[in-house]
Design a binder for this molecule. Structure first.
Ligand SMILES: Nc1ncnc2c1ncn2[C@@H]1O[C@H](COP(=O)(O)OP(=O)(O)OP(=O)(O)O)[C@@H](O)[C@H]1O
Ligand SMILES: CC(=O)C(=O)O
Ligand SMILES: [K+]
Ligand SMILES: [Mg+2]
Length: 480
């Protein structure tokens, strides 16, 4: 059985050699992430072109996920290099301090509204929580703090408010420019950082489509506020990412496991897709094998029902960008063996014919015991519905659309297949579908397969047929 959970890896300096790209693809990479917090458009353009070219050379389509920087609030820079803060010290974050004029006592910030968002008694976390500041008072743009946890502090480190509540809008001017870039390189997914609500997602989509983009929107859940608006966000987006780095700083690391489980299961309930991200294989930046804790983390995300697991620094700047994908591959495959069938949507009412066919196919597949499901799909919605149901049966999405092939590569248990048969003869189409599965070695004579499709091919939302066929018999039928 092929691995169901999908692997996303961030591209960076460590993945630039073409042989590394080839090996990552061979190891089973599904989605390449470009992080716009780093590097130039030119660099990202080259990376996108190279990986698409090498994927095609290997006979596959890969999805590209472009991750916006978002309003990551940062401190400015220090005039004389890093400073050292000790517990009990006084320190000021001053919105009026020029960005390059930081000193031992005070530093500027990239977010001029910061002083309006914090008050006496708040806690600010710098550098992903390494430094903790208690806000004593706010006076004319100067946030007067006392150091609770000290340490070294260098240029441009991030600032989060414990418990959330920083109101910076999700899209900065840089993000708006980056969205045009995403449209230009035809990103398959656009990941929007620090969304607060559904409106942030809808605005990003509007800008992306207006710039000529077509891909899906991934809402990154990394603010406390997003948790309060989660249904609105899930419904506005095509997928969510549990962005555990920033989310952990906002809500507290101990809250993360429960939040991850809730987010993934809510996404599935609402027929959406979930990505689990950050520090999954952190030790493999340096080491050739993961820690036991990392093995458990990945396996638990699989058991939680995640569609994909994501690598950041592990691949982009790590020493083992290929080995880390191989490790994810084997851990996911093994964890998938202990996933049980869900009773998901057993009691729900379906609003659409194609949705009902998708559900009927999964119910039948799980209870009759078929070898594979082949769904002829234009936009991928049929296979998305199918893949929300836990199952060990592979779902092949057969489509002529390159964009759909790339998009559905993110969905758990779904495998894109290029298929471009135009025929009014139903037997001929069915038989070509089965021949395609035979060619891939996923079925053999005697196996049962389910085929779903519409009366009229090439029209979206038209799936209205479910056919159960036995491999081998398709040849006899064809001769009638
Ligand atoms: N393309 C790249 N070039 C150089 N370094 C990178 C690149 N991508 C990631 N990194 C490194 O890997 C680390 C983790 O990257 P990651 O993609 O997780 O950042 P992130 O969580 O999106 O946060 P941010 O948006 O602040 O970068 C970064 O801090 C950076 O040091
Ligand atoms: C991925 C990301 O942005 C985070 O974990 O914060
Ligand atoms: K980012
Ligand atoms: Mg983040």
């Amino acid at each position: 059985m092929p691995r169901r959970t999908k692997i996303i890896a961030t591209l960076g300096p460590a993945t630039d050699p073409v042989e590394v790209i080839d090996e990552m693809l061979a190891a089973g990479l599904d989605v390449a992430r470009l992080n716009l917090s780093h590097d130039t458009h030119e660099r990202h353009r080259q990376r996108a072109a190279l990986i698409r070219e090498r994927a095609l050379a290997a006979g596959q389509e890969i999805a590209i996920l472009l991750d916006l920087q978002g309003p990551k609030i940062r401190i400015g820079r220090f005039k004389d290099g890093p400073i050292e803060l000790a517990k009990g010290d006084r320190f000021i974050i001053d919105v009026n301090c020029p960005l390059d004029a930081g000193e031992r006592e005070r530093v500027g910030t990239t977010y001029p509204g910061l002083a309006d968002d914090v008050r006496h008694g708040d806690t600010l976390l710098l550098d992903d929580g390494a430094i903790e500041l208690w806000v004593d008072a706010v006076e004319e743009g100067r946030i007067l703090c006392q150091v609770i946890t000290g340490g070294p502090l260098s240029n441009n480190k991030g600032i989060n408010k414990k418990g959330g509540g920083l109101s910076a809008p999700a899209l900065t001017d840089k993000d708006r420019e980056d969205i045009r870039f995403a449209a230009e390189i035809q990103a398959d997914y656009l990941a929007v950082s620090f969304v607060r609500n559904g409106d942030d997602v809808r605005l990003a989509r509007e800008l992306f489509y207006a710039a000529g983009g077509h891909g899906g929107i991934v809402a990154k859940i990394e603010r406390a506020e997003a948790l309060a608006n989660i249904d609105d966000i899930i419904q506005a987006a095509d997928a969510i990412m549990v962005a555990r780095g920033d989310l952990g700083v906002e809500i507290g690391d101990a809250e993360l496991p429960a939040a991850q489980k809730r987010l993934i299961s809510r996404a599935r309930e609402l027929n959406s897709v979930a990505i689990t991200a950050t520090q999954m294989m952190q030790s493999m930046i340096e080491h050739p094998i993961p820690t036991r804790a990392e093995v458990f983390d990945v396996a638990n995300a699989v058991l939680d029902g995640t569609d994909a697991v994501m690598l950041s620094a592990e691949s982009s700047i790590g020493k083992n960008p290929v080995k880390v994908i191989e490790a994810l591959d084997r851990i996911c495959l093994e964890a998938e063996k202990s996933v049980t069938r869900s009773g998901h949507r057993l009691n729900s009412v379906f609003g659409r014919v194609d949705e009902a066919i998708a559900m009927a196919a999964m119910y039948t597949a799980n209870h009759l015991g078929v070898k594979a499901i082949a769904a002829l799909t234009e936009t991928g919605s049929t296979v998305k519905w199918m893949s929300r149901i836990s199952s060990g049966i592979p779902i092949y999405g057969l489509t002529r659309s390159v964009a759909t092939q790339r998009k559905i590569r993110l969905f758990r248990g779904v495998y894109p297949v290029f298929f471009d048969v135009v025929s009014t003869d139903i037997h001929e189409v069915n038989s070509k579908v089965i021949d395609e599965l035979l060619r891939r070695g996923t079925v053999q004579d005697g196996d049962l397969v389910i085929i779903t499709k519409g009366d009229r091919s090439g029209v979206e939302g038209q799936t209205n047929i479910m056919k159960i066929m036995r491999v081998g018999e398709h040849r006899i039928l064809n001769e009638d």
